[in-house]
Every structure is written in C-alpha cells, then in structure tokens.
Design a protein around this ligand. Structure first.
Ligand code: C5P
Length: 319
C-alpha cells in the first residue's frame, strides 16, 4: 500500500519496484530493441500546467495517410479513410472517458458514470458484456495493438468488439520511424489484415498510428523524467489518453493510476495476475503514470475512490 500512497502523490521511483520488475526494466534498457537514440535532456521540473502546455505545443495525432513511401507506391492513399481521425469530430467532443483494462475496475460501479460521456475509449480486447456495471457498455473508439490483428485467438475479423467503433491500430516501429524498415519488419504484420479489413468494411473509420506520433510521445515522457525510461513505445493507455486529449474538451481516465481497489489482477476480464500490467515492464508505464498524475486537475477523492483522473483537452488549456 505504501507504494500506492506515494504514487497518488507522484513521489515514486523505479527503485521502489520489486527486484523482478527492476530487472525486467534493466534488461529492456540493455536490449534497446527499437534502436532508441535519445538526444534531449532528462529533467522533471515542469509543473502539471507547463506539461499540458508542452503537450499542446507538440502533440499532433498522426495516422498513416498513404502519401509516404513505401505506402504511396502500394496505393494506400485509396485504402486509408478519406476523413482523417482528427476531423471525425470537427467541432470536438465535450467529455470523454478513457477506460483502462485494469483488474482494479472490478466492483467499482463506474459503468453509469463512464457511459454518460460523449465518447468512450477502450483498449484491445476489453469487453463490456458481463461487466456493464463496472465499465459501462458504450464504446466509441478502440485502440488495438498489432497482436489483435494478427493473433487468430482474438477473432479480429468476426468479433463484435471491433464492429461499429472507430478503430486505431499501432505497432512498435524503429525509433528512426523509417517506414520502409518498419513495413519490411513490423513487430506483428498488421498491414495485410488492415488492408483486408478496409476492403471488407470500407465505411468503418480505421487508422494506423504513425510511428512518429508514438515516438514523439516517448520523447516527451523521457524529457520530463529524471530516470532513464524503458526504450520501448508508451503503453496503449498513454497513447489513448493523448488521442482523447486532442479530440475532447475534458478527459476522464479510469483506473490508470490505481484506486484503493489496486490489485495484481492484470485485466478485469481475465484471470491472470502480474504487477507488471499496472507498473510496467516492457512499456515505460510507471513514468507515463507519473506524468499523468502531475497533470491531474481532479480532486484526490476521485483518484483514491474511483481511480479517476481529470485532464483538460489540449485545446482547452490556456498557455
Ligand atoms: O493490457 P492492455 O494494453 O490491453 O491494457 C490497456 C491499457 O490499460 C494499458 O496499455 C495500460 O496503459 C493500462 N493498464 C493499466 N493497468 C493494468 C492494465 C492495463 O494501467 N493493470
């Protein structure tokens, strides 16, 4: 519990994690699988408001538009949706909910509150059926990693989870964001199932995030963290928070920073226990959470009891 209380105050470091998680982090630092070469400075001096202004200044959600090689030569301009993600809600959304898949959301009774938002973001294969009381049943947008598209166990083609929602997929690319290299050797080949799905469902908005957007978020996390963070992409959760902050006037994030219900249960919909799901091993999740904690404008009571963080939309911040 001591760790949780310190996390609520933003006063934790990786040194307080279990030796197993610390070793996992060190191993990822040594492997540097994606060839990260950070050129900036690492410091943690910005206030929450300054951080928000930094994000407003720099973060631009970007998806593949098919205009760059190798996608241009492959005719992707015709394959991607005609309307860009950033223009799907041209007048912007008022309130948005980001629902993390953490086990801690079980028994929260947050479903009704979550569904009262204009838009609700969920992740990967997180279901609503059977969990409505705690997570609600409205889904506007779903962020999916490349394993969802490629692993047959997720039934991407026919599961109702991926129908009637805006889909945003991503895959870890090299830090250089060299699209040719990435296309030849994605982590999981999402390109083929993406094109297939676009052809079968031309009216469903479905995007692939541009690697530059993902690594720009990573740079911002590292620049605002004293410690060296894992040289791997931010988690889907952090990516989703920033997408919603770009599209909504106010964003409520649920069970990202854990509530008093904190548990090692990885997902609310799966009997699997691992503290790494909440604190990070591959992803720089702990550091993402510390930044979000700094930017939280909500009251402590909401954080403790609901695991709820309030963030202003980037265009609602005055800088
Ligand atoms: O595991 P998955 O990536 O599908 O979960 C979606 C997001 O929810 C994660 O990327 C992470 O940001 C967040 N999460 C969390 N704590 C957990 C499980 C997920 O913060 N126990």
């Amino acid at each position: 519990r001591a760790f949780l209380y310190r996390l609520w105050k933003g006063n934790v470091s990786s040194k307080m994690l279990t030796p197993r998680l610390q070793k996992a982090m060190r191993d990822y630092l040594n492997t540097n699988k994606h060839g990260v070469r950070f050129r900036g400075k690492r410091e943690a001096r910005l206030s929450g408001h300054q951080l928000l202004c930094e994000l407003r200044r720099r973060v631009r959600v970007r998806t593949l538009d098919g205009k760059e090689a190798p996608f241009s030569a492959l005719g992707w301009e015709k394959h991607v949706p005609a309307v860009p993600l950033s223009q799907l809600h041209p007048r912007g959304l008022r309130t948005c909910a980001v629902v993390m898949s953490a086990g801690a959301i079980l028994n929260s009774s947050l479903g009704e509150e979550i569904d009262s938002h204009d838009a609700v973001l969920r992740f990967n294969s997180a279901p609503t059926r059977g969990y409505e009381k705690d997570v609600g049943n409205k889904t506007t947008l779903r962020i999916i990693n490349s394993q969802i598209l490629t692993n047959p166990s997720h039934h991407f083609i026919d599961s109702s989870l991926y129908k009637d929602v805006i889909l945003v997929a991503w895959d870890p690319a090299p830090y250089s964001a060299n699209l040719n290299l990435w296309y030849k050797k994605p982590d999981y080949n999402l390109f083929t199932p993406y094109i297939q799905h676009r052809q079968r469902n031309p009216n469903q908005p479905f995007y692939i995030l541009h690697p530059k957007f993902i690594w720009q978020l990573w740079d911002i996390i590292q620049e605002n963290t004293k410690e060296k963070i894992q040289p791997n992409p931010p988690s889907s959760g952090f990516i989703g928070i920033l997408i919603m902050m770009s599209m909504c006037r106010e964003v409520h994030v649920y069970e990202y920073i854990p509530s008093v219900r904190q548990t090692e249960l990885c997902h609310y919909h799966e009997l699997y226990y691992d503290a790494a799901c909440t604190l990070g091993a591959y992803h720089p999740l702990l550091y993402e959470k510390l930044l979000v904690q700094r930017m939280n404008t909500g009251v402590q009571e909401d954080l403790h009891r609901k695991g709820k963080v309030t963030l202003p939309g980037l265009w609602a911040v005055s800088c």
